[in-house]
Design a protein around this ligand. Structure first.
Ligand code: AMP
Ligand code: MN
Ligand code: MN
Length: 348
C-alpha cells in the first residue's frame, strides 16, 4: 500500500506504467543519471540513492547520481550507503538515456544540470511538493506523500524490486528526515507501515537516528548559542499570529570553524517558540545572499510566502533565496506574511 494519505491526487496508473516502461525499456548498457535538488537533504539523497540500489538490482550498470553545486554531502548523511555512486555535477553524463529527478519541486532546483532534462532520452520526476511544476516527460508527483522516498518505494515495488537493507536504509533516512522523525502531520498509518517494511530488513533505527539527527560538532553547539541569543519575537507579525526569527552569518560559521550544513537543524530550535505561528532562520550563503528556512504551525501557508519571494516548499515548511541584508530579508517576509492567506479563522 502506498504511504500516502492526504487525499490529494497522486500519480495515475498511466503515470506509473510510463515510468516502469521508461526503466524497463532502457537499451542494454543504457546510461541512467539520477539528480536530486541543490543542497541535498535526507529525502533528496536518500530517495535518490535508495532508488539507485534498486536500479542496480535490475542490472543497470551505467548509473550515476549527482546534484548541482559543490559536490559536498552534509556530514550527518555521510553514512548513507551508495555514496560511491555520486559524481560531481560537471562529470555527469551529458546525454543520458534516462534522467530521474528526486525531491525537486521545480527545474530551477537542478541548477546547471537542468539541460539534462532536454538532452536525455526520457526524464522522470519523482516528488511530493504540491508546488511541483511537472517539469519531466513523466511525472510521479504525490502531494500526499510524506517524502519523495514514498514515491520511490512505490516505483520500486512496481518494478518488482524487493526491499533489502541498503535500499531500506536510504529510504528510511529520507522518510525520517521529512516527517521530523515521525512527528509531523504527514505521519499517517501508511507512513508507519512503510517504516515497518523498511525496518523489517534489519536496519538499525537507533544508530541511524543518532548519526542523522543527534550528532554534531562541539563548535556547532557553541555556534547555536550565539545564533539563538539573537532570536527575535514579533507577536504582531503575520496578522497577529506571530513571527520568531534569527539569522546566521558567514562570520558566525568562521568564528566557530563550522560548515553551513550544521545550521540546517537550527530552525527546529527556533520554531518551538509558543508565541509565534511562523518561524524563520536566515542563513548567509555569500555577501548579500541568504538561504531562508520558514516553518508554520498551520496558521499561515509559508509556501505562498516562499513562492512569492522566488522559492517554494510545503504549507508548513518552505524556503527561498533572500537578497540584501538579513534585515532586508526579514522585511520582505514580514510584508509577504501580511499578504498571505491567513486560514486560522477557517480552522475553527
Ligand atoms: P528547508 O528549510 O531548507 O528545510 O526547506 C524547507 C522546504 O522548502 C523544502 O521542502 C524545500 O524543498 C523548500 N525550499 C527550501 N529552499 C528553497 C528554495 N530556494 N527554492 C525552492 N524551494 C525551497
Ligand atoms: Mn528536500
Ligand atoms: Mn522531500
Amino acid at each position: 500500500m502506498p504511504a500516502t494519505g492526504s487525499g490529494q491526487a497522486g500519480p495515475t496508473e498511466a503515470d506509473w506504467a510510463a515510468a516502469v516502461a521508461a526503466v524497463r525499456g532502457l537499451p542494454p548498457d543504457g546510461r541512467v543519471l539520477l539528480i536530486c535538488h541543490v543542497n541535498p537533504d535526507g529525502d533528496a539523497l536518500g530517495s535518490m540513492l535508495g532508488f539507485a540500489f534498486g536500479l542496480r538490482r535490475l542490472g543497470v550498470r551505467q548509473l550515476q547520481a549527482t546534484f548541482p553545486g559543490p559536490p559536498e554531502v552534509p556530514e550527518p548523511l555521510l553514512g548513507l550507503p551508495g555514496l560511491d555512486l555520486l559524481v560531481p555535477a560537471d562529470e555527469a553524463y551529458p546525454d543520458p538515456d534516462l534522467v530521474m529527478c528526486f525531491d525537486a519541486a521545480s527545474a530551477s532546483r537542478l541548477g546547471d544540470l537542468v539541460d539534462r532534462l532536454d538532452r536525455a532520452g526520457t526524464a522522470v520526476v519523482l516528488d511530493h511538493h504540491a508546488s511541483n511544476t511537472r517539469f519531466g516527460k513523466i511525472n510521479l508527483i504525490d502531494p500526499g506523500a510524506a517524502a519523495t522516498s514514498v514515491v520511490a518505494e512505490g516505483l520500486l515495488a512496481r518494478l518488482d524490486v524487493p526491499l533489502d537493507a541498503e535500499i531500506a536504509e536510504c529510504l528510511y533516512v529520507a522518510l525520517a528526515t521529512d516527517t521530523g522523525s515521525f512527528r509531523f502531520a504527514m505521519t499517517t498509518p501508511a507512513v508507519h507501515e512503510m517504516a515497518a517494511r523498511l525496518l523489517a530488513t534489519g536496519i538499525r533505527p537507533g544508530d541511524i537516528s543518532r548519526q542523522i539527527f543527534d550528532t554534531r560538532p562541539f563548535g556547532a553547539i557553541r555556534l547555536y548559542g550565539d545564533v539563538l541569543s539573537r532570536v527575535q519575537l514579533e507577536p504582531e507579525a503575520a496578522s497577529g499570529l506571530g513571527l520568531v526569527w534569527t539569522f546566521a552569518t558567514l562570520d558566525d560559521l568562521a568564528r566557530h570553524g563550522q560548515r553551513p550544513y550544521v545550521l540546517e537543524p537550527l530552525i527546529d530550535s527556533v520554531r518551538c517558540a509558543a508565541e509565534a505561528d511562523v518561524s524563520c532562520v536566515v542563513k548567509q550563503v555569500t555577501e548579500g545572499q541568504w538561504a531562508v528556512s520558514m516553518r508554520s504551525k498551520g496558521g499561515v501557508d509559508v509556501s505562498q510566502v516562499a513562492v512569492a519571494l522566488g522559492g517554494g516548499g510545503h504549507r508548513s515548511a518552505a524556503g527561498f533565496t533572500g537578497l540584501g541584508t538579513a534585515v532586508d530579508v526579514i522585511g520582505a517576509i514580514r510584508s509577504e506574511l501580511d499578504r498571505a492567506i491567513i486560514k486560522a479563522e477557517d480552522q475553527g
